[in-house]
Design a protein around this ligand. Structure first.
Ligand code: NAD
Length: 494
């Protein structure tokens, strides 16, 4: 395939939290891969900034180790590594205090020389406001400065509004990149291409033809290493309010007039604002149980409650709900959303389930058949459309459903057989100044405005999550949520 990689403009990037887990597992490997792909200009500076008192050489060693560990199946080439590391430096800095800021200022090149200056806030949310304030008070920002803010963006509407206000007092909205890595996935963007680049789907994309839509984000991991954060947060805040909500928006939004950041984000915002409040009996919360090791290779692990050390914990590690969007396109079509930890497989999938044909000319024995569009976000990104055909052979007119499959890794022959990691694309978008795949402040607030009453209701009722077996598909009540409507969840498959 012809390479379409266009190098980005020179930039200085500061990674606050440059020694942290996210920087080591995602941000630095993403930058390294873009370097190897030839997309970085060669003159960029990547400055790790964190609390630890490290020398530049120490930090480069940490980065080299992280890249070797996290860069995927392709071995790290020594020459590429050396050239990448030559652009990496380090500043020991206190984001809450005054230490290190002068040193950081000294490492940044004058704006006239390198105008694009990026500050990645890969630190806990308590540091977001202090960092914004210090960047400003130390005069480190210019008109081309961009900040990247990680999740969680607030823990409710009030805190999100306060954070938006603080950031807005130092930066224009056009400089703030609220990252949701789900939006950087190849398939998520392909969802827009499939919907708005083809004549085939959009005419059917409404309640007249779509029976219902399922969005599943299933994880096999537990919450180890994030116990304190997760216990205060739960699946609703950690996943539903941001990732699943963003996927819902892209599936349900009206066609934007053009593919431009505000046009896309305006349409997403309208979806969130059109969501009905969720009835309490349309939500199921769950909490995973301990698992014993078994001969099939399953490893033992403790229950959610033991992991967080709180035998009375009421935090959900799973949530499933039925949502309705009150607008002309979607009135009457339910959206079923579910996400959870310690489930049977790691799988993020959107299933668009079309209605049955209005009349079967093949008679009852042909069975019921309906088209089904499956959008796989991970693993094996791709899109499958199931169509109904005649079963081959002499056995009369028997119908079967077969997939028309498009696996992106195969179809696009991308580097190493897998599409670029979401962080690669998103960081390059920040360098280019493209906010299309980042959440705007009003979107985040609207999502919290929908989520807050749900959580407040649980707290007022003292709601206790239903236990579910680790390695299962979640609590049985989540199946009932669908069965009451005469529907079934699609399986959770790796
Ligand atoms: P971490 O605890 O591994 O790293 C935190 C980093 O912040 C360290 O480099 C530390 O030195 C630095 N730091 C802490 N206090 C500081 C201070 N006062 N001044 C300067 N630096 C300071 O955290 P992480 O897992 O890398 O997460 C970072 C952010 O990214 C968090 O907001 C988290 O919610 C978010 N996030 C993480 C992941 C992930 O997979 N790790 C995924 C999504 C979002």
């Amino acid at each position: 395939m012809v390479s379409r990689i266009i190098p980005v403009a020179p930039f200085d990037l500061v990674i606050f939290g440059g020694t942290g887990d996210l920087a080591q597992r995602k941000i630095l490997p993403a930058l390294f891969r873009r370097h190897c792909a030839g997309q970085l200009p060669g003159s960029e500076r990547i400055i790790g900034a964190a609390r630890a008192g490290l020398s530049c050489a120490d930090y480069r060693n940490i980065v080299a180790t992280a890249l070797r560990e996290h860069c995927g199946p392709r071995a790290v080439d020594d020459a590429e590594l050396t050239s990448f590391l030559s652009r990496v430096s380090y500043v020991a800095l206190d984001g809450m205090g005054s230490q290190g800021w002068e040193e950081l200022a000294a490492q940044l090149r004058p704006s006239a020389e390198v105008p694009v200056r990026l500050f990645y806030f890969s630190v806990g949310p308590a540091l977001f406001a202090p960092l914004a304030e210090r960047l400003h008070s130390h005069g480190l920002t210019n008109g081309d400065t961009r900040i990247v803010v990680e999740k969680p963006f607030g823990r409710d509407l009030q805190t999100a509004k306060a954070l938006n206000r603080t950031l807005a007092s130092h930066f224009d909205e056009g400089q703030i990149y609220r990252i949701d890595h789900y939006l950087g996935k190849e398939t998520v963007q392909n969802l827009m291409a499939v919907r708005f680049g083809n004549m085939l789907f959009e005419p059917l994309w409404n309640s007249q033809y779509v029976d219902h839509i399922q969005i599943t984000v299933a994880e096999t991991v537990g919450i180890e290493g994030r116990e304190d954060y997760y216990e205060r947060s739960g699946a609703m805040r950690d996943m539903m309010q941001n990732h699943l909500m963003q996927l819902l928006c892209l599936i349900a939004m009206e066609p934007p007039a053009k593919f431009d950041p505000d046009a896309v984000r305006d349409e997403k915002l309208k979806v969130i604002r059109a969501l009905d409040p969720v009835e309490p009996h349309h939500i199921v919360r769950g909490q995973y149980q301990a698992r014993q090791a078994d001969e099939g290779g399953a490893q033992a692990h403790p229950s959610y409650r033991n992991t967080v050390g709180n035998p009375r914990s009421r935090t959900e590690s799973y949530v499933a709900l039925k949502a309705h969007i009150s607008n002309w396109r979607w009135a009457g079509t339910p959206f079923y959303l579910r996400t959870g930890k310690r489930l049977v497989a790691r799988s993020s999938v959107i299933n668009v389930m079309f209605k049955d044909a209005p009349h079967s000319i093949f008679g009852a024995e042909a069975g019921r058949h309906a088209n089904h569009l499956k959008i796989r976000l991970q693993p094996n990104e791709g899109i499958t459309l199931s169509v109904t055909i005649k079963e081959p052979g002499q056995g009369g007119m028997r119908l079967i459903d077969v997939p028309l499959d498009m696996s992106f890794a195969e179809a696009l022959g991308s580097e190493g057989g897998t599409p670029p990691d979401a962080y690669e694309r998103l960081i390059m978008d920040v360098v280019r100044g493209d906010q299309t795949l980042f959440m705007r402040g009003d979107e985040v607030e609207a999502a919290w405005a929908w989520t807050d009453p749900i959580i407040a209701g649980w707290e007022a009722r003292g709601d206790v999550p239903k236990p579910y077996d680790s390695g299962s598909t979640g609590p049985g009540d989540a199946d009932l949520l669908m069965r009451r409507d005469g529907r079934e969840w699609r399986g959770i498959n790796p």
